[in-house]
Design a protein around this ligand. Sequence first.
Ligand code: ATP
Length: 441
Amino acid sequence: MNTNTQQNLMEKIVALCKRRGFIFPGSEIYGGLGGTWDYGPLGVLLKKNLKDIWWKEMVQLRSDIVGVDAAIMMNPKAWEASGHVEAFTDPLVECKICHSRLRADKQDEIKDHELSHNGKKVEWTEPQQFNLLVKAYLGVIEGKQSEIFLRGEITNGVHVNFRNVIDSTRVRIPFGIAQVGKAFRNEITPGNFTFRSREFEQMEVQFYIKPEEKEGEKWFEYWKQNRMDFYLSLGINKDNLRFRDHAPDERAHYAKAATDIEYNAPFGWSEFMGIHHRGDWDLSRHQKYSGQDMSFRDPFTSESYIPWDIETSAGVDRSVLFLLIDAYFETEDGRVVMKLSPKIAPFKAAVFPLLANKPELVEKARGIYESLKVKMMVAWDDRGNIGKRYASQDEAGTPFCITVDFDTLKDESVTVRDRDSATQERIKISDLDNYLLTKIF
Ligand code: ATP
């Protein structure tokens, strides 16, 4: 695709998202708020399906990962411990090669950093007086005493609960803690639709292992492949996915190794999740700053140690955006078909009475709609002709359309039309549940 076509594709996706209720600009009637987005009736279902599948794979189907849901507002000391307060205050500039952020007034550090790029020409963003952590005030008095931060990443809420989790469950190293939730960043340049937002959601597992090099390598490789397989299982074209290892000079201060999974977006290959070998950085820092013991004691060997952490951190919004882009398909006559995997499609099926003014058809179709609704999200449509209804469901990504016609009243069968092949099958109403469930989940 050339640049114009790619630009065009983004515009079409943004327009489709608004027109069909996937994603709207945040607080639009007041002129919006930069870097915020609201998910509409279709978008909320798509996003929820993604998070539910993720949670099912990470927590429900595994015996070595448990979940938490930590508070967005944390004691500010947690952000001192994690290094965010120190790193994100004062006049900051950002290195355009590795995205390290440094104080603009520390010329020595700037020079050292430039040298670390081995002769590459280093460009910097303009200095900004900003804090990547979003500040809020808690309590009735505004000021330093009541200043807190909305979390800049969800990781901290997991690490501060490490002790609580090992004390309250039967987990043993290696084990993981999963969390899904909102994060907030004062991004200097939000953009590319939801790609860089100021409020977004993350899905993460912090996977704690023995602090041994071999274990680190083994689990790092395991999680890389596991996450790639996850996105392939959601139907993303494998040619549009790749790993990108971080060069040593590009890694965050805590990272022993880091790899991104990138998507071939219309605006270039872009990160939507990372796998990070964080070593014992987080637990050691929280131990130091809180004074609490963050070590794990092996009940069999009595060994005691601060575990290492292999983190998988994915952006929910970026994943949703790339699922939408990947699913976008135009027919020769210019219609849009969102070829979303049935697993994540907002509606799994739509039910139509062939004619809206024939009560016997409407009643029969309503019955099917009501009974399917208990098991899955089902849409109802009785407007216009069947062709228009198919086109509308194709745009919404609904994989199956079910039509009740006059034959249904005689043979208790319906026509099921497949979104991607546009083929139609006659299915007995009594077999419908089974037919759909095996194709969808
Ligand atoms: P970037 O380099 O693009 O700013 P990052 O490396 O800072 O991203 P992480 O801190 O590793 O991102 O966060 C993990 C994941 O959270 C990212 O892979 C991404 O999917 C998501 N994420 C981070 N920042 C944003 C943002 N501003 N908007 C939407 N998603 C984000």
